[in-house]
Design a binder for this molecule. Structure first.
Ligand code: NAD
Ligand code: LMR
Length: 343
């Protein structure tokens, strides 16, 4: 007899302990991020060990053969939590009744581009996918946009799904938050787990503001431990330029760390943050003077499946200048895609 016969690959498969399966759609499922993301979703890292999933995978026609291979490998992994897998090149099939959607599929930049240079190639993808979400997804769907420029792509998807509440559309700045934690951990010589409440304001772009003012290492403020020159200088520069540094070093944009951050983002949204502050880009409701509707990264907490912006943090002159800079850039991006935002 095995030690616990109700367990299979470490998951308790007793039917009564399982929730009803949820539908999780992933676009660009045969791409680099998709390849890392799907195994983490399937293993229970995102939705928990009692939550089965039906995977609904989207690719474009040239990616369908690679997707077939990915689906074969998923099947070969025999995940107890995976209750079904479909692959399609039709967003209306991939998003049918989806409870969660990871919008990843889109082109990555090369080392001589800024992320905003991708908007002409990638922006139109989010028109059709927004419309498909409007038509067929669950009315309570939770959407994370990873494909770049992710803030503006989330805005486009949201604008094309007018009957879905805008706070169900998010863009990912968690990778930037994780990079900020990584830099602080390295600088202090402590594990990442000792650090909390560092977060990102604004756009997933060079202008982002990784804010260390409320961050602590084992309850000691980071601002008491490091000098302001490092915190307002090299720290911000390293975090905001990290995407390009990885492209230069790897010859390809971040993939495993991006998938891991997408899991962190959605896990926290689904399961809660237990009071911790995390970064999520969401359509502004006017918080901190950010124009309504702009998809902007704010300090957030998650509770009962909802995202709550932390509204009462003091803003000093430096933080205000960074917030203003991000508002300006995002307004420019919004103007550039005005024809994609529907009527
Ligand atoms: P990739 O080229 O390896 O994979 C992208 C996949 O998307 C490909 O398989 C492609 O066929 C598919 N695809 C393209 N258009 C599609 C569409 N309309 N519908 C469905 N699938 C489509 O790229 P990747 O490394 O996986 O990166 C994907 C995106 O994520 C890029 O835009 C990249 O810049 C972005 N990214 C964002 C972050 C972030 O922090 N927000 C981090 C890393 C990467
Ligand atoms: C990242 O931050 O790694 C991604 O957005 C990829 C990129 O283009 O920088």
């Amino acid at each position: 007899m095995p030690p616990d016969s109700t367990k299979y690959n470490d998951v308790d498969v007793t039917k009564k302990s399982m929730n009803k399966s949820i539908r999780v759609a992933v676009t660009g499922a045969a791409g680099n991020i998709g390849y890392a993301l799907l195994w983490r979703i399937a293993s229970g890292d995102c939705f928990g060990a009692a939550q089965p999933v039906n995977l609904q995978l989207l690719e474009i026609p040239p990616g369908m053969q690679r997707l077939e291979g990915v689906m074969m490998e998923l099947n070969d992994s025999a995940f107890p939590l995976v209750h079904g897998i479909i692959g399609t090149d039709d967003p209306n099939i991939a998003f049918q009744d989806a409870d969660v959607i990871f919008l990843v599929g889109s082109r990555p930049r090369t080392k001589d581009m800024d992320r905003s240079d991708l908007v002409a190639a990638n922006g139109p993808i989010f028109v059709g996918q927004g419309k498909a979400i409007e038509s067929v997804a669950s009315r309570s769907v939770k959407v994370i946009t990873v494909g770049n420029p992710c803030n503006t792509n989330a805005l486009i998807a949201c604008a094309n799904a007018p009957s879905i509440p805008s706070r169900q559309f998010t863009a990912m700045t968690r990778l930037d938050q994780n990079r900020a934690v990584g830099q602080i951990a390295e600088h202090a010589g402590v594990p990442a787990s000792d650090i909390r409440d560092v977060f990102i304001w604004g756009n997933h772009a060079n202008t982002m503001y990784p804010d260390p003012r409320f961050a602590t290492i084992e309850d000691v403020p980071v601002t008491d431990l490091f000098d302001i020159e490092w915190l307002q200088g090299q720290f911000i520069e390293t975090v905001s330029a990290r995407g390009k540094a990885i492209i230069v070093a790897r010859g390809a944009s971040s993939a495993a760390s991006a998938a891991s951050a997408a899991i962190d983002h959605m896990r926290d949204w689904w399961q809660g943050t237990n009071g911790r502050i995390v970064s999520m880009a969401i359509p502004s409701e006017g918080w901190y003077g950010v124009p309504k509707g702009l998809v902007f990264s704010f300090p957030c907490r998650c509770e009962n499946g909802d995202i709550v912006v932390v509204e009462d943090l003091p803003i000093d002159a430096f933080a205000q200048s960074k917030i203003d800079e991000n508002i300006a850039v995002l307004l420019e991006e919004r103007d550039a895609v005005s024809e994609l935002l529907g009527s």
